[in-house]
Design a protein around this ligand. Structure first.
Ligand code: NI
Length: 186
């Protein structure tokens, strides 16, 4: 297993539409293991294949307690190939962040209860019912597979606060970081 580099906004690869996985091969399983390791190392609660430069419909999610012992790790791990949301109900607002959107968080409205179908790494069909944080994380990761980031769900004004900050940092050749003076957040 190895930790992969996570692509960050505005990398255009994050805007691709990922391809369906036709066969779950040894290579696929290797990639999934790398994604899991990369997610835990970040640390994050989810990761989509496009974020590590793989153009395939694969997501990994683990919303287990942050203070969980390392030995307990993996108990809540979900790995889905070709995930599809088949049912969505209700509404929930959650403050989201993303490993590909550096140093920015914002509230997003999503379905509170979903049913996701897909395949696990052993090629078995899986159906996962989720609500709350897990439902949010799954929708966030599945969005990635269609080139959508959580900032796309925000108002233009809110999104511009971030994209302008990123453009300015890139222009000045410095790392993207919160600039309190500039946007007056927090
Ligand atoms: Ni993300």
């Amino acid at each position: 297993m190895s930790i992969r580099k996570i692509l960050t906004y505005p990398n255009p690869f994050l805007r691709e539409s990922a391809q369906d996985v036709a066969n779950i091969t040894g290579d696929t399983v290797q990639w999934i293991d790398d994604m899991v390791q990369t997610m835990y190392a970040a640390p994050g609660v989810g990761l989509a294949a496009l974020q590590v430069g793989l153009d395939e419909r694969i997501i990994v999610v683990d919303v287990g307690e942050a203070e969980e012992e390392e030995a307990e790790r993996g108990k809540h791990l979900i790995r889905i190939v070709n995930p599809v949301i088949v049912e969505a109900e209700g509404e929930v607002v959650w403050e989201e962040g993303c490993l590909s959107v550096i140093d920015f968080k914002a509230e997003v409205t999503r379905a509170n209860h979903i049913l996701v179908k897909g395949y696990d790494p052993d090629q078995k069909e899986v159906a996962i019912e989720a609500e709350g944080l897990l439902a949010v994380a799954l929708q966030h990761e599945i969005d990635h597979l269609d080139g959508r980031l959580f900032i796309d769900h925000l108002s233009r004004l809110k999104r511009d606060m971030y994209t302008k900050r990123v453009r300015k940092a890139l222009r000045e050749g410095r790392p993207i970081a919160r600039d309190r003076d500039e946007d007056g957040e927090d």
